[in-house]
Design a protein around this ligand. Structure first.
Ligand SMILES: [Fe+2]
Length: 277
């Protein structure tokens, strides 16, 4: 498939950017039917350029959900031993249902999904059909490109060649994998450098004293929380958020108890391990 040049206008879909650093709403598209070759090319381009893309008013089935994912790669399974999400009737689709009886809520901390895996997921597509009233249950996203770009040249130099242990046991319990990854990675599609440090799974950097490694890790994780790097997405019923797990982190806001927030998620397998920039 031949796609448009990088700076060409979109011809099939509309792309409305949400912020200077991250996020775009995709329009003029119907995800309940197979996409044309041009639509696929343009959705992939919008995904690479914007890190997380959103769709509104898409009443998708499991088949529709999986079809969108498979334009990007095979669907994957969660590597965690214990999670707050649940199985659905389709093994490719996980149920994200939270209400007054829930013991906890998935993703209620800044994180990237399952970075503890040797090859973390490429991305995830979250569809919500039921949204709490009064604007609760937003999801926040942060650009790890913007976070990297804003580091001092001294810190960028210091981080060259550094790795960090991503400990899945801290999040998902015994039996969940651990993996060390570069702290600064190069995105395989965009070619851009981004920070890859997961606040939920990383406690220290490797190869230096524990005091130093913990201190620098804490500083980087705190740095990524600057609002300038972020966008906060307000859900509506039948909205979709599709994030690139390799260059953005997200945070599910747990402000809607005892109301219900309910939907489904499909995860796309990673293709390559994170590569040092
Ligand atoms: Fe997540």
């Amino acid at each position: 498939m031949d796609g448009p040049a990088a700076n060409a206008p979109y011809r099939a879909i509309t792309v409305e950017r949400c912020s200077p650093t991250i996020g775009a709403v995709i329009g003029n598209i119907d995800l309940t039917r197979p996409l044309s070759d041009l639509e696929i090319v343009e959705v992939k381009r919008a995904f690479t350029e914007n890190l997380v893309i959103f769709f509104r008013d898409q009443k998708i089935s499991f088949e529709d959900h999986v079809r969108l994912a498979e334009y990007f790669g095979p669907t994957g399974q969660h590597v965690g031993k214990k999670t707050h999400s649940q199985e659905s009737t389709d093994p490719r689709v996980r149920k994200f249902h939270f209400d007054k009886d829930s013991k906890g809520i998935s993703g209620n901390a800044w994180h990237t999904d399952q970075s503890c895996a040797p090859i973390p997921p490429l991305g995830s597509i979250l569809y919500m059909h039921t949204i709490p009233p009064d604007g609760g249950g937003d999801t926040m996203f942060v650009s790890m490109y913007a976070a990297y770009d804003a580091l001092s040249d001294r810190m960028k130099k210091y981080l060259e060649g550094m790795t960090a242990l991503h400990d899945g046991v801290l999040i998902f319990g015994d039996g969940t994998p651990r993996a060390s990854h570069p702290v600064v990675i190069r995105h395989p599609d965009s070619g851009r450098k981004g920070l890859f440090i997961n606040g939920s799974a990383v406690r220290f950097l490797n190869g230096v004293s524990r005091t130093e490694g913990e201190g620098v890790a804490r500083t980087l994780i705190e740095h990524c929380r600057r609002p300038e790097f972020q966008y906060r997405f307000r859900w509506e019923p039948h909205s979709i958020a599709f994030w690139d797990n390799r260059c953005c982190h997200h945070y599910a806001i747990a402000d809607y108890f005892p109301h219900t927030r309910s939907g489904y998620r499909v995860q796309i397998e990673g293709i390559v391990p994170p590569v040092a920039a």
